[in-house]
Design a protein around this ligand. Sequence first.
Ligand code: BGC
Length: 746
Amino acid sequence: MRIRSTLLAAALATAFPLFANAASTPPEPAQKPWLDRALSADQRAQLAVKAMTQEEKLRWVMAYFGNDFGKGKRIPESLVQSAGYVPGTPRLGLPALFETDAGLGVASQAGPNVRERTSLPSGLATASTWDPKVAYAGGAMIGSEARASGFNVMLAGGVNLMREPRNGRNFEYAGEDPLLAGIMVGHAIKGIESNNIISTLKHYALNDQETGRNELDARIDKAAFRMSDLLAMQLAFEQSDAGSVMCSYNRVNGPYACENDYLLNQVLKRDWGFKGFVMSDWGATHSTVAAANNGLDQQSGHEFDKSPYFGGALQEAIKTGAVPQARLDDMVTRILRAMFAKGVVDNPVKEGGAIDFAKNGAVSRTTAEEGMVLLKNDNRVLPLAKTVRTIAVIGGHADAGVLAGGGSSLVYPVGGNAVKGLKPDTWPGPVMYHNSSPLRAIRAQAPNAKVVYDDGLDAARAARVASQADVALVFATQWVGEALDATSLALPDRQDDLIAQVAGANQRTVVVLENGGPVAMPWLAKVPAVLETWYPGTSGGEAIANVLFGNVNPSGHLPATFPAAEQQLPRPKVDGDPAQPEMQFAVDYTEGAAVGYKWFDLKGHKPLFPFGHGLSYTTFSYSGLSSQMKDGRLHVRFKVTNTGSVAGKDVPQVYVAPVSAKWEAPKRLGGWDKVALQPGESKEVEVTVEPRVLAMFDETSRTWRTAKGKYKVTLAEDAAGTNASSVTVDLPASTLDVRGRARAAR
Ligand code: BGC
């Protein structure tokens, strides 16, 4: 059972006093025109709502937790140990909603009957692939497991920007850049929804740290907000047409996100044209009238809130006119519209579908392989030769499996936890290892080598083991999870000391990181190679071995800056106090849209590793960079050549910067491509720059404005300008509407 706030609702029994003496159910209608697939989702939803009684409508807007809570029992119609349940209207042929977390796969709430499912690597790993097709394939895979498990809503699509590298949920998200994060998460959502189920987009918005998440007021200038966190969400929404948006726990510029007129009514529904429904996060609803009128459409897991606000209280509020009847009709229309549009009504889910774990494990493995980032590789220590004689594998439970992050997104592995008994074993734990042992996979790759394992708990002993090997592989882990932030960027449990001692004993020491986000590396100068694997998912061990031995050439690139020191961050310490979750405080995002590399550029800080960084076992060169405006878009062309001796994939990145106009920071990522090349092969690449990335948002007119003038277009391997070449282009003044379209449609 997870207890995430002291505010658990007292009694489910009192949730629906209005239904206690409900009128008898009306008969089933002879005709159900809303089931006609030839009609549009809008028409179908409107027709269905018209046929409903008030009681039936009200049932759609208040959802149940799918697990036991406190002294309360799970509502029996829900799926066991699931995130949520919304009763349907069987009389009208409208199925219930069965909700499961999250973005990495089908998660389970804690208890004796977890579902064992395939886990993708962390969201940061998927983002590191810089390949929307990989994100889509991963989404399609986990969505298929959701459907096979009887779920028609997946609480996925986390796209909170990495403003805070210590945020305990960074691993669920897609990094610090709105363009990269928005496009990658948008494709993942699209993949999920390709299974005729609904995905959320979450957590809307600015839930960028976990410390004090239920109370903190995230304050930011509105225009800066539109160009950063909101842009990531907007792009993800445009890519995917997500059926639902989950509003977050925190406040945003005053009101709670789930009763925030600016966020819900103005930005999401009016400006972006969102026609789906807004569901609250579990415990994020705080009122009836304010929430309903300001745009919340459904109270999720109402047991987590102080009161069943969208139950009897909403019925009363409608009676008195405090909430218009039209608003309730709109809420239900939105829910049903998403169900019709995504195929939930026409393709009912059923529990117990077949799952091909081998096939899905391969999808997860490919994502992990494409997302691993080779951070450092001096003297070509990697790839390892298959003829290597002795390998010392040290630490990180590498004999057993690979680490996962904690909280609601945790996918329980097939076969159970590979490392039992670690703390915390309750929410947001248990600390979980997927049964994909790197040690086993390494042994399989080098059958003639002597591969020894040391658990790394005694650094001096591990160093002795390393001193006798040709190469030492140190597995370093950082467990983080929902509801808590990392206390610092340092690796926990004296692992820095372990790495330093092993590196002192063996010059060919490779550090393999399994972590939730950026970490400090005080030992970096002492080790020749570092491989960032994030949380590598169900098949992580095999993926790691494939990259270490060069069966797969690494092609992941960082979706976030690794700081050299916490002092470089806008907030050297995380605001708030983890010991006082009910404390009210503000987080002032005075850096505005200057998030991540933009902040580092602005301040002239040199990071440990820049955004976009990632090495390969081959080398690439760029030539022929040119750039021109065509059909109102900036097109950038160039040639990429594989100048090395093995096949590989490059991620050429296009950065744009105004020469005289002023932005929040010197440059922005304008676009990229992922290009596969055989040795010696060249390819012409064309990147079209997202027009909003060339503009500043004007909150008064709600338009994106590009200033006339010269802009520098830089092609590089990372945000620090490795391998960079630049051209200058003249851009005309232009104004785009709030959705980034050329002609303002009002
Ligand atoms: C999380 C959401 C999740 C929900 C349901 C909340 O604690 O913030 O991301 O979808 O729980 O489990």
